[in-house]
Design a protein around this ligand. Sequence first.
Ligand code: PLP
Length: 375
Amino acid sequence: MTLLMIPGPIELSPAVLARAAQAPKSHVSPPVIEAFGQSLTQLRQVWCASDESQPFIVAGSGTLAMDMAVQNVLDPGDVALVVNTGYFSDRISAMIAQRGATVHTVAAPQPGGAPDDAQLERALEQHRPKVLFATHVDTSTGVRVDAAKLCALAKAYGALTVFDGVCATAAEELRMAQWGVDIYLTASQKAIGLPAGLALMVASPAALEARAALKHAPMMAIDFMQWLPIMRAYEARQPSYFSTPATTLIMALQIGLEEILGDQFEDERGIDARFKRHEAVATHARQRWAQLGLRSVAAPGLEANTLSALYYPEGTTPAAFLDAVKSQGVIIAGGLHPQLKAQYFRVGHMGYSTTRPDHIQATLDAVAFAVKSFQ
Ligand SMILES: *Cc1c(COP(=O)(O)O)cnc(C)c1O
């Protein structure tokens, strides 16, 4: 058996896997209508979102979810501010530019860092953006931003907030309603614990108003206006059609979300248990990395709980190191940040595997084996 411990796709629970292996069902069949409707309601719980917020489940990737968010809140000519912490922040900046909007950036001084508050406030003051974008966890650096603080700053300047949660949702604490997030988006293959193929997001009433006020509609396939009646119909347990939903994945999503919301860890239940579980596993992993002398790309205090980005030890090459880990039955990932790509590797620790101490132990041991084989 080989364990897939990269920052997505990840190992799946047996129940999710069994559901995802069923024959396709019609999008108007009662089991799909029920799974769709229930999943929409449960997204609000996983996102800690208000009853007035609107969940969307569409076929697609994390990248599609990012485009969907950008195009539904920005018109050509609008002004946006991007908090840049790595590769995926670069991507959202490029998407905003492609929409014809103006992008301003506050960037970390070096990869592994995050912009400081004073820098951010100056940019908000100077540019008065319509929307602030940030990557909750940037998968290229393993940096987690302080989403609650970014929301408070953005609100003080009247900006909407959009977070790319692709490597964070259902693992890193995020309280959409309480913190004032306007769009929080993810994809199914990361901490949600499904195969790739679903773009998932929840939009606040203010985000829906921003879409309604646009002069230039988004591409039809990602337009909130096209999908709103469909989502509302399914949540009311009515069949509906605009574009065929990924019915197999939606059947599996029902199980995946039930597992997340049914979790228990220490004194917590549901999504709070998931947050705490990821924190505990990440803390344990970080202790082991420190014992092995491995250095984190993310600066102290900024390390995500969903993955570790670590510099290779001296005296190895990326291919040799990753092969040594693989020889122990564990697949991890190489670097992704363009400036550092060949200098570090990434280990995912999210979703189902965080409920399996044997997965985590095997992963830590495989990395330790590789470190020791090059000493
Ligand atoms: C994986 C990831 C994406 C891209 O998702 P795809 O499904 O590969 O398009 C975007 N943002 C972050 C933070 C990610 O980790």
